[in-house]
Structures are given as structure tokens and as C-alpha cells.
Design a protein around this ligand. Sequence first.
Ligand SMILES: [Zn+2]
Length: 459
Amino acid sequence: MKRTKVISAFSVFFVLTLFSADAICDSTDLSSTWRAGVARMVITPEQPMWAAGYAARDHQTEETLHDLWAKALAIEDANGEQSILITTDLLGFPKALSDQIRDQLESEFKLSRAQIILSSTHTHSGPVLKDALYDIYPLDQDQISAIEQYSGKLADQIVVLAGEAFRSMEPVQIYTQNGVTRFQVNRRNNDAATLNTQSELKGPNDHAVPVLKVVDMSGDLMAVAFGYACHPTVLDGYLWSGDYPGFAQIELEDSYPGVTAMFFMGAGADQNPLPRLTVGLARQYGKELAAAVERVLEEDMRKLSPQLSASYSEIELPLNPPPSKEELLEIIQDTSAYESYQKTWAEKMLVKMDKGESFINSYPYPLQVWHMGDQIVVNMGGEVVVEYAIKLKQIFGQDIFVMAYSNDDMGYIPSVTILEEGGYEGLVSQMVYGLPGTWKPAIESMIIQEVVRLAEQAE
Ligand SMILES: [Zn+2]
């Protein structure tokens, strides 16, 4: 049992010795507090399926290291404004599936896009979802059917989960604070193979551990949502798991029995947990992250006044034109330099070109801002690189929470610097995601400006 519980037990004892139970209830105006409810559901596949995130796996996954979870935190402010944070141990929701789920949440619970954060932890040991990165896995028709069946069931489960979370709402207090831990390494600017010989690690990085704590009216911890900007790519094998975020959630739920611990990914698209690739390391990083969260929980946190406002928009981010026919043929022929999925992508592009089909030249990119009291929560779709978090913190201050990998995982979102440098996050990953071209450099300023506008709108 950790200190929070001990303190809360002591506080309750102290208060009970001074006041009657009625006096305690009367002393709190329940109409002017937050209300919140949590719900959770196991989403580990029940049949063998392809695990998502790596092109190198050569067969399906059927064994489990630990269960995958979908968890929901429903929130209502003193004016009855509602919102819901849904976290899932999954790689990421493609737009069609996310739209389907968010449409269902809107029709069932009258929630707009602004009020829903549909987040994925980006574990690379969860199942492939419908229409997500199909080109990088050697899928046959039966396997695609299994993926579609799982995705349909998942959508239904998330709607049920949201209902349970809203139905279980009770008066609560909500607190936030940023902690810190440092196992992330900028994977573009440091070589994993020679890390041990480096005397310093090159950035940029964001070591923040945003923590949101929900406490019931008797002072007991009910839920903790926490984040970190680092790829859940410790593990690349054939066991279902939440990777290091899965271990962190388990660690916190063991430390605080009865608590629901929820992980959200930050802007960590260019950050890796290094070294990696063993279960022991995934567990170690999970414990390190949980320890960072526990430290924050045990110290003073900022109490949020029960006022919620949310804004959301989709902006059309511009894409460069696709490569020429000659360039595509070069990719197909140059098998030594390119992975097989790049060849598949180039072949599909050529077929489309030959048919005279047109290619998209922009993408509707989702951005979202929540104000919870004076806490700003910025939420961005896709695999966002760390420079966005750094720039947003320069504008809004170091206390903001930056979430990514939510609502739609359409590709990497590189900075201008990374677009100029190229490499995986700026160039190659566009093929993995099946996008016809690279992003135009204008995307960085467009995204930052739109977050600023949404933040003003949500005030
Ligand atoms: Zn990724």
C-alpha cells in the first residue's frame, strides 16, 4: 500500500473524529464538483492474428504475455459538460474505424468529436486493425476476415465501455502535474548500436510524464491517466502485450489496488526506448515510468476547477505530388536498397497511375484541445515527432499535456527539420502508411497555428 492510501485513511480518521458523517456530506457542495467514472475491458484477441507495427514478422501471434485493455474515463464538469478519454493497447486507429466508433458514441451519448479522445498506446504487440497498414503484412483472405471481425467487435466493445464509464460517474476531484523520466532516446540522432560508448545523448527530447489523477470524495484514488513520448517498441516478437506502457499500467494497478491506470502516447514518433528487444527491458521501462507517476501522485498536484471545454477540427494538410513513373520503377527494381513493402507500395502506385486514377493531395488531420480547469490538453492525430511538443510548450508553457496517436493514425507527422533531413520519419514511412507523397513543409506551421486557434476557442 502506498503513501496516498495511508494519508487518505489518516485524513478520514482525523475528519471523523471532528465531525459526524452527515457533517462531512454537508460540507461538500456536490453540484460544484467534477464527476467521473471508469470502465475497462480486455481486448486481447481470442484467435491467432497478425500483430501490428513491424514488417519483419513472418507469422501470426497467438500467445499472451499480458492482456491488452481498452479503458475509459468519463468526465463531467460542474455545468454538466461531458467528455471521455478512451485508451487502448493498440497500434493506432485508422480513420474509417475511428470515425465509425466516434459516430456511434455521438449517436448513443450525444458526444461531439471534440468531447472524445480515442487514443492508442501504439504498442507494437497488439493486433492489426481493419485497413491499417495492410501492405506491410503478408495477409491472406482468412487473416483479413479475422482482422475485420476483431475490429467490428472492438468498435462495439468501446461503445459498451463508454456507457459503463458514464453510468458509473460519481463526484470526484481531479488533479494534474508533470513528472519526469528519461529512458527515451532520440532514435534519429543516436545510434542504438553504439549507445554504450556515447558520453552524451543527442536530442531533441521531451522527458515529461503528464499525470492526471482522479480521486473520489472519500479521498481514494480512482483513476490515473499518464503519458510519455516514447515508442512502445521494446518488444517485436510473437506475444500479445502492451509493451512498456502495458507493464507501467500493471505496475500502477498493483501498487494502488482498485485503481484504473491508463496510458496515452505523447509526441514520441522519433523517440525509442533504448536498449530494447527483451521482455526484461519492457518490464524495466514500465517500472521506471510507473515510479515517475507514483512520485507525482505522492507529491502536491494542481487541483483543477470543475470546468471543461473542448474543441476539435480537421485541417487539410498538404501532400507533395507522388513520385514519377520512372522513380516508382526505380524503387521496384532497386530491391537491395528497399524493403519489400516499399516495392508493394510502388507497384500499387503504378497500377493506379496506369488506370489514370487521381491521388489525394491533402489529408484531413485531426487536432483537439481540452481545457480542464487551467490544464490544457493538446491532442494530435498520427505519429507526431517530439519537436511539436517542444514548440507547443514554448507557446503554452511546460505544464501542458501533449497527446498524439489519437483519433486517426494516418502516418508520421514530421517537423520541417525532419522533412529536410529525410529518413524514415520524413520520407520512407509515407510508403508504409500508403500515402501517395511526402508532406509539404507547411504542415508544421499549419498545425501549430491551428492548435493556438483551438486553444483560444476552448477557453
Ligand atoms: Zn510508430
